[in-house]
Design a protein around this ligand. Structure first.
Ligand code: HEC
Ligand SMILES: [Cu+2]
Length: 292
């Protein structure tokens, strides 16, 4: 706005001078050449110095606004982002770990601290913020705010291998009260299926077929060691998309295709084909969908 005000004054002065000169020195039909002049050192110096001072003046608020825009305020919500080939993991100070869907409170500044488990990725939510590289062995930060509740699409924007195109994600911005409720629900351990149900069968397959070697489900399986290289499934069904947001949790076909042979759906995926039977898959889908 200050730049606009300065520019408006200069615009009016220049236009007025142009109109004045065009009128005053118009052709009156008497064919005589006007008096010819050349240069004016005082004027030349003046219209070099004044713009230079204006530019210096503009630089002060501009630089301080740039600094303001890149550093998150102290009350920002802090969330860690970990890039994996080919999905994003999100980890909250409340001890919540989730994948593919970044849930944030609307109207609140969000301060992301990002790193990668493997190669260089780039985190990009076109409608909310610029791109920022996600680099192994380094932390980069990104600060944004979703003014309106809603769902925003995100995408990895740095070519990172075979399934780079399927490394997308969603940002779900909730009204603050709903966000608090979401935080509380996510801190609960996984829902315990009723004995003898299809869901309980699914859980037994989950425990028996090696899924627990890679996936955490709070209260059911904890992968030993450092950050596991696979999505936390504790509240899988509270999300709407999976596998880098390339598939839908509402779709039976998507879940079936995935569990039958992940690399066939998402080239190079690090979840192997585990040779599950169609009945195993039916029970697993029932269990996964019960993990609200
Ligand atoms: C060797 C490790 C490994 C094993 C074993 C494994 N998974 Fe996975 N799983 C992964 C990885 C890695 C991903 C992420 C793949 C991607 O998105 O590219 C994944 C993704 C998933 C997803 C999608 C999660 C999301 O939010 O995107 C589901 C559901 C899933 N696995 C279920 C299972 C089930 C059920 C089993 C057992 C039958 C199993 N997994 C066994 C590594 C594993
Ligand atoms: Cu990537």
């Amino acid at each position: 706005m200050p730049v606009f005000a300065i520019a408006a004054v200069i615009f009016i002065l220049v236009e007025a001078a142009v109109v004045y000169a065009a009128f005053k020195f118009r052709d009156r039909g008497d064919e005589t050449e006007p008096k010819q002049i050349h240069g004016n050192n005082k004027l030349e110096a003046l219209w070099t110095i004044i713009p230079a001072l204006i530019l210096v003046g503009i630089a002060v608020p501009t630089v301080s606004a740039i600094v303001d825009l890149t550093s998150a305020p102290d009350d920002a919500v802090e969330i860690d982002v970990i890039g994996h080939q080919w999905w994003f993991e999100f980890s909250y100070p409340e001890g919540i770990t989730t994948a593919n869907v970044l849930v944030v409170p609307a109207g609140t500044p969000i301060d992301l601290s990002m790193t990668s488990k493997d190669v260089v990725h780039s985190f990009w939510i076109p409608r909310l913020a610029g791109k920022r590289d996600v680099i192994p062995g380094q932390y980069t930060s990104l600060y944004f705010e979703a003014d309106e509740p809603g769902e925003y699409w995100g995408q990895c924007a740095e070519f990172c291998g075979l399934s780079h195109a399927k490394m997308s994600f969603r940002v779900r911005a909730l009204p603050p009260a709903e966000y608090t409720a979401w935080l509380q629900a996510q801190q609960q351990p996984a829902v315990e299926p009723a004995a003898g149900s299809l869901e309980a069968q699914g859980r037994d397959i989950f425990l028996g077929r090696g899924c627990i070697a890679c996936h955490n489900i709070k209260g059911v399986s904890e992968v030993a060691g450092e950050v596991p290289g696979a999505p936390d499934l504790t509240h899988f069904a509270s999300r709407n998309v999976f596998a880098g947001a390339s598939l839908s949790i509402d779709s039976d076909d998507d879940l079936r295709d995935w569990l039958a042979n992940p690399p066939a759906v998402k080239s190079g995926s690090f979840m192997p084909n585990l040779g599950l039977s169609p009945d195993d898959i039916t029970a697993l889908i029932a269990y996964l969908r019960s993990l609200e």
